[in-house]
Structure formats: C-alpha cells, structure tokens
Design a protein around this ligand. Structure first.
Ligand SMILES: [Zn+2]
Length: 308
C-alpha cells in the first residue's frame, strides 16, 4: 500500500475524465488583457480575441477558466478546514519550508531527490506535503491533473458562431480620492449576453472526492455564485452551463462504479444513472448533473477525512 504510486504522480494512469459543454453568458462578459482600466487615461479596452478559421473572435482562455475553478475550489477547501494554497507564484506549497527537510522548501527537496535519482521519495514528499489544489491544478514545476482548454464560440459541428460585441463607456475614478479623473472616459468592449462558448476540461487520476470538488466548482459557476472575467462588481461575467457531458474511463472504472483511488476516497456507483460501457461511464444533460451531484456528495463525505 505504502509503496503504491500515489495518484498525483504522472507515472500512473488510473482514469481519465472529460467534462464538456457550453458556457453561455447571462450578463455582459469581459475577458480582456488587463484587469481594470488604467487610471487617468482614456483607453479602449478590447476583449481578447483568437483567430479561428480566418476570423478573429472573442474567447475565454483556458487559463482564465482554470483561475476561476482554482480560486473557487480553494474557497471550498478552506471552508472545510483543509490546507489549500492559492497557487500564486511565491506562495504555493512548493515554496513552503520544512524542518524535516533541513529547512529546505518542498520544491528544493523534491528537486534534490530527483537529482540523486530518488524519484519515489520525490513523488512521496510532494503527495504528502502539497495541498489538494496543487495536486489537482498544478504548482511551480509540477503539472497538474486538470487541463482547461480555451472556450471558443463554436457550434456542435465546430463552426465559428457570430458573437455580438457591445461597447460601454465608463468613467475612471481615482481610487484614493474618489474623484473623477478629468477627461477620463474610457470605452469597454464586452460580449453581449447569450453567446455560447464550447469548453472542455480534461482530468486524469482524480479521486472521487477531487472530481466532486471540481464538479462543485462547476455547479457554483452554473448557478451564478462564481463569475468569469472582469467587471464582476458591475454584474458582468454571469454564465451558465448547457449541454453538459461527462465521461469517465479507465482501470478504476468497473461496471459503472468509480472505485476509491486512495484510502480517503469513497467508491461511487453510477451504474443506475449513467450509460455504462466497459471501463467507462458517460452521462449527458440532466443525467450529467446527477453525476455531478453524486460526486459532490463524495467531496462532502470525504473532506473531513482529508484533514488528517
Ligand atoms: Zn498548494
């Protein structure tokens, strides 16, 4: 058991999960290059665009989605009393110093072990010391297990869909004095409500509780507790999920059952709700949301045990 390679290692492939669907914005959506308009300058803030099939279209970068999911998951983990870091450079689990590693950081220790060829100890130390979020979403010099693709305005056939863009004029306020900057009008571009962005999230090796945490973040986004992009305080960035599809497959999927991946995990039986194929479960639409709910329950049940 103790010699088993932990799920956070990329040296084992225990299962794959793909979550796909459409993010549809219910309020103006702004994913731009900068966070807020620079004060005192009248600038046009354009939304980010990507070239697809010769057209420049707005999109939601995977990195933005990853940021939303990680920060939501962090709040959820902290609320359960778990150790969880933000993943911000310089403040991650990798930057923490440990007395048992001679005061060295986790990163230093792991790299040291790798240098002398003690790979198993490097894997063990990371798995033991890094928080669940670092294992799921990654950490400096460690690739995570959840990959967010860019969400592009594509239809079912992969064709680019027209995305209506609006422009609003804002007034730059000096944050210190609260005064309006002289002549500080700026124009902000945004995506009009109703645009559909096709997204894909691919996860490997996640235990059922970690899938549950990911799914809870997805539901919070869907229900509007969490928003995407900028100008959130002005009501921007409310999205919901349509045409959700979840598929999970691999050696740890048996007859519709997702087996427990570590000793903190709980088995889930999706056989009665999802479509079961050999070593694979697939769920779409309302059934996919039932799967989300089932795994959220596992997160709730396991989170107390994850503390120890
Ligand atoms: Zn961490």
């Amino acid at each position: 058991m103790s010699q088993r390679i932990p799920w956070s290692s990329h040296r084992v492939r225990l299962r794959d999960a793909v979550v796909e669907g459409y993010l549809v914005n219910d309020s103006p959506l702004r994913v731009g290059a900068g966070r807020e308009p620079p004060l005192g300058s009248a600038v046009d803030l354009a939304v980010l665009r990507v070239a697809i099939g010769g057209k420049k279209v707005p999109y939601i970068p995977g990195s933005s989605l990853k940021g939303v999911f990680r920060s939501t998951a962090m709040q959820l983990a902290l609320a359960k009393g778990l150790h969880a870091c933000s993943g911000l450079s310089g403040y991650t689990c990798m930057d923490q110093e440990f007395t048992e590693y001679g005061g060295s950081t986790l990163m230093g220790y792991v790299q040291d072990r790798l240098r002398v060829g003690d790979v198993m100890e490097a894997i063990r130390a990371f798995h033991e010391k890094a928080c669940l979020l670092c294992k799921m979403f990654g950490s400096p010099s460690f690739t995570g297990h959840v990959v967010f693709s860019d969400a592009d305005p594509l239809d079912e056939r992969g064709e680019v869909v027209e995305v209506p863009i609006g422009v609003r004029t804002g007034i730059a306020i000096d944050r210190r004095t609260g005064a309006v900057h002289a002549g500080a009008l700026y124009q902000v571009e945004y995506v009009e409500p109703g645009a559909r962005f096709r997204f894909t999230i691919a996860a490997t090796n996640l235990p059922n509780y970690a899938l549950g945490l990911l799914f809870k973040a997805l539901r919070m986004l869907h229900e509007g507790w969490v928003r995407v992009g900028g100008f959130k305080t002005r009501g921007f960035g409310r999205v919901h999920v349509e045409d959700l599809r979840i598929s999970i497959w691999g050696l740890t999927v048996e007859q519709g059952k997702l087996v427990a991946i570590d000793d903190k995990d709980l088995e889930v039986d999706l056989g009665s709700i999802a479509r079961v194929e050999e070593h694979k479960v697939v769920a779409e639409g309302a059934v996919a949301w039932q799967v989300v709910g089932k795994l959220e329950e596992v997160w709730e049940q396991c989170s107390a045990r994850l503390k120890s």
